[in-house]
Write a protein that binds this ligand. Structure first.
Ligand code: ATP
Ligand code: MG
Length: 437
């Protein structure tokens, strides 16, 4: 994109309503604008980051064998009456009536709808296991929407639902998603720690929240540094292999991790001091086994091996896709602005033309822009170099290629790595080679 004709309304001033770094930076860098309490419009830069995060989530769900569907945002109240949740859900649910006076709602989650779809389409236990997911907007009328997209009312969630013939099968599905989550968050440059969560009477120990550290997090967390050191993407655990998944789960649960509600001081301090990590954390994902909580009341029943009915055991697996945009910024920023991890940056490279109109600058920046394509943002605005430096740091491109009249005349550019501040004067070709590697 050419910034001279791009809709990236950056702000010099810190917006007064924003209490936390990610919210301030998302407004200042022109990623989002609030349109009503807890409801945001995504502008080009914000949408690009959101889409990249969504795509990583999708690739890892697909790799783990989940199938993508897309369910609507609007749901009939009738389905929720079948599970008994329509009245139980409370004021967080946005209830709507259509012109025929039919009761609808804006979905806060999709257990009922997926169970309904599944009971219409699957007949035999032989078709199990299956895991269906979608990435769709949700609405929850939060009492106190705050911190920007971190606790919005309308937000984008990936929610997956697994169906297994029995508990043992559900355990495999659960571990599969857990591994997929570790890989997903790692690819976004995040260290997300799974913490056992309360799961009510049914779940047993099969409920984990994935927490990333952020000073403004809503809960205090404690964990073993081991979580930060393991390469989950590269680890040789195979999906579809129950032994690998068990080995993975053991490795995972052998390390200490707890939120303050479940924290065991003695167990934590038994760890060597250098291995203890603690801080505030925010929940970016939640996985949950809930047995036949929806399948039983909603009459989802399949023919079993001897013709006897089987009620599938289910689990659900959420990721806060829009919350992650804020979460990643919380985990990766400095005084000057956002520091995007390469994989989720709206643009991987910012090309700064410090003197538009200067023939050498124009020629060199245009050539770079043509080679880098959609992953580059060309700052070709008629503005002071200082403003361009400040905006590039604020927007947080992982790489900056800076071209001024002197360097252009010498056939060189300045290459800057945002995360380290490291700069080097190099040829345009070697700058390209570095950023594309
Ligand atoms: P929380 O405890 O933060 O209220 P939750 O437990 O109600 O979240 P889930 O139903 O587990 O949330 O939803 C799955 C994921 O969706 C959460 O892990 C979180 O990342 C995200 N999420 C939930 N509520 C919001 C919200 N109001 N705004 C943005 N993301 C949200
Ligand atoms: Mg939760």
């Amino acid at each position: 994109m050419r910034l001279s004709h791009g809709f990236v309304p950056t702000l010099r001033e810190t917006p007064a309503e924003a209490q936390i770094a990610s919210h301030r930076l998302m407004l200042r860098a022109g990623l989002v604008r609030q349109t009503a309490a807890g409801i945001y419009a995504w502008l080009p830069a914000g949408l690009r980051a959101l889409a990249k995060i969504e795509q990583i989530v999708r690739e890892e769900q697909d790799a783990a064998g989940a199938q993508e569907v897309l369910m609507p945002t609007i749901q009939p109240a009738e389905l929720w009456r079948q599970s008994g949740r329509y009245d139980a859900y409370g004021p967080e649910m946005l209830r709507i009536r259509d012109r025929h006076d039919r009761e609808l709602l804006y979905g806060p989650t999709n257990e009922e709808m997926i169970t309904d779809l599944f009971r219409q389409g699957v007949r035999s236990y032989r078709e199990l296991p299956q895991n269906l997911y979608h990435i769709q907007w949700k609405f929850r009328d939060e009492v106190r929407p705050r911190f920007g997209v971190m606790r919005g009312r309308e937000f984008l969630m990936k929610d997956a639902y697994s169906f297994d013939i029995d508990y043992a099968g559900a355990v495999v599905s659960y571990r599969t998603m857990m591994l997929a989550y570790m890989r997903t968050f790692q690819r976004m440059g995040l260290k997300a720690i799974p913490m056992q969560a309360d799961s009510g009477p049914i779940g047993g120990d099969l409920s984990h929240e994935f927490i990333v550290l952020a000073p403004t997090g809503e809960s205090q967390v404690f964990y073993d540094a081991g979580f930060e050191e393991i390469d989950w993407v590269g680890a040789d655990y195979r999906y579809g292999n129950a032994e690998d998944l068990e080995r993975f789960f053991k490795q995972m649960t052998s390390m200490y991790a707890a939120t303050d509600e479940k924290h065991d001081h003695a167990e934590f301090t038994a760890l060597a001091e250098s291995r203890r990590r603690s801080g505030r954390g925010i929940e970016v994902g939640h996985i949950f086994y809930f047995g036949t909580k929806y399948s039983a009341p909603m009459g989802l029943s399949l023919a079993g091996p001897n013709g006897q009915p089987i009620v599938p055991h289910m689990g659900s697996y959420g990721i806060g896709v829009s919350r992650l945009v804020g979460g990643i910024i919380e985990a990766s920023h400095d005084e000057a602005g956002i520091i995007w991890p390469d994989t989720v940056a709206p643009w991987k490279v910012g090309i700064l033309n410090l003197k538009p109109g200067d023939a050498a600058c124009d020629k060199m920046t245009e050539a770079l822009y043509a080679k880098l394509g959609a992953d580059a943002l060309l700052d070709d605005r008629d503005d002071r170099p200082g403003a361009k430096f400040a905006d590039a740091d604020l927007m947080g491109h992982p790489w900056q290629i800076i071209v001024g009249p002197r360097s252009a005349a010498a056939g060189e550019v300045e290459l800057k790595r945002r995360a380290t501040g490291e700069r080097a004067t190099v040829s345009p070709d070697s700058a390209l080679a570095r950023v594309l590697s």
